[in-house]
Design a protein around this ligand. Structure first.
Ligand code: ASP
Length: 331
């Protein structure tokens, strides 16, 4: 019997001034979701069932940037994306441009299990969701007051998301640089200025006790993204990957993750260079990721778990069969 292991993330790139209260809330959510995964593994659920289950939980809570609480497009709408991959058989499913599907990761699972395709997007994906009878909600269900405030601030600063503050073409790079934005204290949520929140993508990787690995990632994408923009999260090999050896879920600046084929490279380095999981993860983040800020979580079929990021913090947690359990945000 192999040893099971699980890792989850709630996104890379955290505001250094994120208030304690918010950090504690995020850690509580991560611990709760991790425990749901651990219980499912102890009950002998398969790796792919566990990653779907855990990501559904994260999507249903508005804390992170997936499902409810998704980052907004420049038009103020939500266009969600997700993917899932089952390692042993290398089966995969992905979706993009969802506007009404309550749990995008489960639609990605259905693309994998019940369609002849790997990836469905926009109207076709929504049509498929209705054919499959998944839970549908109004687009407004996903939109939080907090994210409306963040979009306003991102627009004012002429940046795509708010935590990395990527200047849009023509932006004044000074006003768009890290730390230079003064929070607008008139926009508040639970007594805290909205600008200090950083909405983040979620993911889960699992190796079950049969040694099978699986990965899932779900996101609303980048705050203030162009409508129609597709990031790394639904792209198999970039944001998500699983094979016989390992499973990986990435987070961070999608365009940089896509250029680096980050998730697949971890598996390739293990396979072709013979590195163990942590060394492969360290190598890929150091050597393959260019200026972009990103992070990833990974497990291997040997029950190893690894995590690495070059961003300022990453919401994450992991647990192994040996009883190790950790939830953390900073280095
Ligand atoms: N990688 C996601 C994207 O670019 C964002 C994130 O991970 O926070 O869509």
């Amino acid at each position: 019997m192999a040893k099971w292991a699980i890792a989850i993330h709630g996104g890379a790139g955290v505001d250094p001034n994120l208030p304690e209260q918010r950090q504690e809330e995020a850690k509580r959510l991560l611990s709760r979701c991790l425990q749901i995964g651990v219980d499912a593994l102890k009950a002998n659920k398969t790796a792919v069932d566990v990653v779907e289950l855990v990501v559904r939980q994260l999507e249903s809570d508005p804390m992170f940037n997936s499902g409810r609480g998704s980052a907004l497009t420049a038009k103020g709408t939500v266009e969600m994306e997700a993917s899932i991959m089952d390692g042993r058989k290398r089966r995969c499913g992905a979706v993009s441009g969802l506007t009404t599907v309550k749990n995008p990761v489960s639609l990605a699972r259905l693309v994998m299990d019940r369609s002849p395709h790997s990836y469905l997007a926009f109207d076709g994906a929504e049509e498929f969701a209705r054919e499959q009878g998944v839970e549908i909600v109004d687009n407004s269900y996903f939109i939080t007051e907090e994210n409306i405030g963040m979009l306003k601030l991102a627009k004012e600063a002429n940046t795509i998301l708010f935590d990395y503050r990527i200047p849009l073409p023509g932006a004044d790079t000074c006003s768009a640089s890290v730390g230079s934005l003064v929070p607008d204290t008139s926009l508040q949520m639970n007594g805290l200025p909205i600008s200090i929140y950083s909405p983040e993508t979620v993911g889960c990787v699992v190796v079950d006790s049969t040694g099978n690995c699986a990965a899932a990632t779900s996101t609303g994408g980048l705050m203030n993204k162009k409508s129609g923009r597709i990031g790394d999260s639904p792209l198999i090999g970039s944001g998500t990957y699983a094979c016989e050896l390992c499973a990986i879920s990435c987070t961070g600046e999608g365009e940089a993750i896509i250029r680096s084929t980050l998730a697949r490279d971890v598996a390739a380095v293990m396979e072709y260079k013979g590195l163990n999981l942590q060394k492969a993860v360290d190598f890929v983040v150091k050597e393959r990721l260019d200026e972009g800020q990103a992070g990833l979580i990974a497990v291997s079929r040997n029950g190893e778990v690894a995590c690495k990021f070059n961003s300022n913090g990453m919401f994450r947690g992991c647990a192994t069969e040996d009883g190790y359990m950790e939830v953390a945000i900073w280095e």
